[in-house]
Design a protein around this ligand. Structure first.
Ligand SMILES: CC(=O)CC(=O)SCCNC(=O)CCNC(=O)[C@H](O)C(C)(C)COP(=O)(O)OP(=O)(O)OC[C@H]1O[C@@H](n2cnc3c(N)ncnc32)[C@H](O)[C@@H]1OP(=O)(O)O
Ligand SMILES: NC(=O)C1=CN([C@@H]2O[C@H](COP(=O)(O)OP(=O)(O)OC[C@H]3O[C@@H](n4cnc5c(N)ncnc54)[C@H](OP(=O)(O)O)[C@@H]3O)[C@@H](O)[C@H]2O)C=CC1
Length: 282
C-alpha cells in the first residue's frame, strides 16, 4: 500500500500532484531546490482547496487536514522513507536523469520511482537506476486537480507489481488510466503538442491572429481553451521541450519546432508562468 509519496519539483504539476495525493489521505513530501517555489506551491494548493470549498465540493475542515499531510523540504534525503517518489521537475532529460540517479540512492530499496515527464522515454530514465523494474511513467494532466486522466507508461523492464501498484494508486486518486507504449510523447503529447506547434506555425505564417486562431479552434472544435492559450497554460518551454523530444526521437521533419515558438522561449516568454507567452498576463 502506497502511504507516503515524495513529489520532486514544486512547479505547477508537482504542486497539483501533491494536492491530489494529500486529498486522498497520502502523506506527501514536496521537494524543490528553491524555498520560494515551495512557498508558492503551498500557497497555490491552499487557494485551490479554498476554491473547492467555495464551490461546496470540499468541507472547510478538510482543508487543514489535507494541508497538514503536505510537508515541504529542500532536502532530498527526507524522501528516504517514501513508498513512491514522483518526479515532476523541468522537462530536461539531463536534469531528470540526475534526479533519478540521486533518488535511487536516497529512497528505500522497494520504493517505486515514477516520472511525470510529458515525453521522455521511461526506459531511458530507468536505465540510470539500479531498480529498472520499479521505474514507471505516471503522466498527470494540467491542471491536476481537475483533469481525470493519468497516462501510465511502462519501461522495458517495469515489473507487473510496479504497474499494479501504480494503477491502484491512480484509481485511489479517482483518476482514469490510459496505458501508452514507451515512445516519445506517449499518447496525449504525441497528438496534442504537434497541434499546438501547428497553431504556432499558422501564426508564424500569418494565416490568422492569435485571437482568431484560438477562437476558431474553441468555437470550431469545442476545445475549452484555444491551442495558443493552452500553450501559455502548459508553458512554452515545456511545449518546445516536447517538440524537441519528438523531433529527436522520430527524426521526422513534421515534428520540427516552429521558429516563432523557439524565439518566444529564447526571449523568456514562457506563458502564464512568466507573465507573457502568446498573450500578455502582466
Ligand atoms: C503538457 C502535458 O504533458 C500534458 C497536459 O497536461 S496537456 C494539457 C491538458 N489540459 C487541458 O487541455 C486543459 C484545457 N482547459 C480546460 O480544461 C479548462 O480551461 C480548465 C479546466 C483549465 C479551466 O476550466 P474553466 O471552466 O475554463 O475555468 P474555471 O471555471 O475557472 O475552472 C473550472 C474548474 O477548474 C479549476 N481550475 C481552473 N484552473 C485551475 C488551475 N490552474 N489549477 C487548479 N484548478 C483549476 C477551477 O477551480 C474549477 O474547479 P472547481 O469547479 O472545483 O472550482
Ligand atoms: N505544464 C504542463 O501542462 C505539464 C507538464 N508536465 C511535465 O511535468 C514536469 C514539470 O512541468 P511543470 O510543472 O509545468 O514545470 P514548472 O516549470 O512549472 O516546474 C518545474 C519545477 O521543477 C523545479 N526544479 C528545477 N530544477 C530542479 C532540481 N534540480 N531539483 C528540484 N526541483 C527542480 C523548478 O524549480 P525552480 O523554478 O526553482 O527551478 C520548478 O519548481 C515536466 O516534466 C513537464 O513536461 C506534465 C503534464 C503537464
Amino acid at each position: 500500500m502506497i502511504r507516503k509519496v515524495g513529489v520532486l519539483g514544486a512547479g505547477q504539476m508537482g504542486s497539483g500532484i501533491a494536492q491530489v495525493l494529500a486529498r486522498y489521505e497520502t502523506e506527501v513530501l514536496l521537494y524543490d531546490i528553491a524555498q520560494p517555489q515551495l512557498d508558492r506551491a503551498l500557497a497555490g494548493i491552499a487557494k485551490n482547496l479554498d476554491r473547492q470549498v467555495q464551490k461546496g465540493e470540499l468541507a472547510a475542515e478538510a482543508v487543514q487536514q489535507i494541508l497538514k499531510r503536505i510537508v515541504a523540504t529542500q532536502k532530498m534525503d527526507d524522501l528516504s522513507g517514501c513508498d513512491l517518489a514522483i518526479e515532476a521537475v523541468t522537462e530536461k532529460e539531463s536534469l531528470k536523469l540526475e534526479i533519478f540517479r540521486q533518488l535511487d540512492k536516497v529512497v528505500k530499496k522497494d520504493a517505486i520511482l515514477a516520472s511525470n515527464t510529458s515525453s521522455i522515454p521511461i526506459t531511458r530514465i530507468a536505465a540510470v537506476t539500479g531498480r529498472q523494474d520499479k521505474v514507471i511513467g505516471m503522466h498527470f494532466m494540467n491542471p491536476v486537480p481537475v483533469m481525470k486522466l493519468v497516462e501510465v507508461i511502462r519501461g522495458l523492464a517495469t515489473s507487473d507489481e510496479t504497474f499494479a501498484a501504480t494503477s491502484s494508486l491512480v484509481a485511489r486518486l479517482q483518476k482514469e488510466m490510459a496505458v501508452s507504449a514507451d515512445y516519445p510523447g506517449f499518447i496525449v503529447n504525441r497528438i496534442l503538442i504537434p497541434m499546438i506547434n501547428e497553431a504556432a506555425f499558422a501564426l508564424f505564417e500569418g494565416i490568422a491572429t492569435v485571437e482568431d486562431i484560438d477562437k476558431a479552434m474553441k468555437l470550431g472544435t469545442n476545445q475549452p481553451m484555444g491551442p495558443l492559450t493552452l500553450a501559455d497554460f502548459i508553458g512554452l518551454d515545456t511545449c518546445l521541450a516536447i517538440m524537441e523530444v519528438l523531433y529527436q526521437g522520430f527524426k521526422d521533419p513534421k515534428y520540427r519546432p516552429c521558429p516563432l515558438l523557439v524565439k518566444k522561449v529564447e526571449a523568456g516568454y514562457l506563458g502564464r508562468k512568466s507573465g507573457r507567452g502568446f498573450y500578455n498576463y502582466a
